[in-house]
Design a binder for this molecule. Structure first.
Ligand code: NAD
Length: 251
């Protein structure tokens, strides 16, 4: 059997799907054998002998792709957004019914963004205050960003595991100027024309601050993470959420 992985892209005509198609074509050890978008049949994936599917579509479509692929024994790498707790639980159930197939669902394939989240969680217990500012272009429909929410959750979990107390905040005015609370962590969402996708985590204690900042400047930034997942998914049966474990293994 050849070592080349046969890859299919679903959502192939979209912004991310086009970039993924190019990245797969240019990557060694991978062969792009199917490109599927609206109007095409998922059966094309089976006809083309696809081993790993990459899905960047829409939340309404992605579960159908996952069901089809698991039934067909095709491993999945999923970047489509919208995987809240309930939807992830549904995917976990489907994955459990197909124990030989791997599925990686990642809300952020940007390696820098994932590392920023890890660094923020590592630093969070050592500071009295932690707040998140996420900054995006004004065409983004969701706020706060999924990455900011995930960062807040990781920060809150890290503080809960340590003896970090509640964050100081004497705000008493009625203005809504203090952002949204996610698991006790404040997120401020900025929407400005000209921005792409940026996030700062500001940590502070008496006499010092630490600022972690990540900037996504181009969709190309997601490709190393996507390719890492494509190469790893066949060896990871069951559901993997996020690419953190993959980064640990490749470090
Ligand atoms: P897009 O609108 O440019 O592309 C989506 C594509 O999916 C379109 O070509 C559309 O025709 C296709 N599509 C829709 N329904 C389909 C179906 N039933 N079958 C096949 N194809 C279908 O969007 P985009 O900017 O490429 O983003 C796609 C998704 O990826 C979004 O959910 C976005 O939030 C997410 N995203 C995730 C990451 C990450 O790192 N995980 C990064 C960027 C974007």
């Amino acid at each position: 059997m050849s070592d080349v992985i046969r890859v299919g892209v679903v959502g192939a005509s979209g912004r991310m799907g086009s970039e993924v198609s190019r990245a797969v074509q240019d990557a060694t050890g991978l062969e792009l054998v199917a490109r599927v978008d609206v109007g095409d049949s998922l059966d094309d994936l089976v006809r083309a002998g696809v081993q790993v599917v990459v899905d960047f579509t829409v939340p309404a479509a992605v579960l159908g792709t996952i069901r089809f692929c698991l039934d067909a024994g095709i491993h999945c790498v999923v970047g489509t957004s919208g995987f809240t707790g309930d939807r992830l639980a549904e995917v976990a159930e489907l994955a459990a019914e197909h124990p030989a197939v791997g599925i990686i669902v990642a809300p952020n394939f940007g390696i820098g963004a994932v590392l920023m989240m890890q660094f923020a969680a590592k630093a969070a217990p050592f500071f009295q205050s932690v707040e998140i500012i996420e900054m995006h272009h004004p065409d983004k429909v969701d706020a706060p960003s999924g990455t900011a929410v995930q960062t807040a959750r990781l920060i809150a979990a890290a503080r809960a595991r340590s003896d970090a107390g509640p964050m100081p905040d004497a705000t008493a005015s009625g203005w809504e100027a203090r952002g949204s609370l996610v698991d006790g962590v404040r997120i401020h969402a900025v929407r400005v024309r000209g921005l792409v996708a940026h996030q700062e985590v500001i940590l502070g204690s008496a006499g010092e601050t630490l600022v972690l900042r990540h900037d996504s400047l181009d969709r190309a930034s997601f490709m190393p993470g996507v390719l890492l997942a494509v190469r790893a998914v066949r060896d990871r049966p069951g559901l993997t959420v996020g690419i953190d474990d993959l980064l640990d293994q490749s470090a």
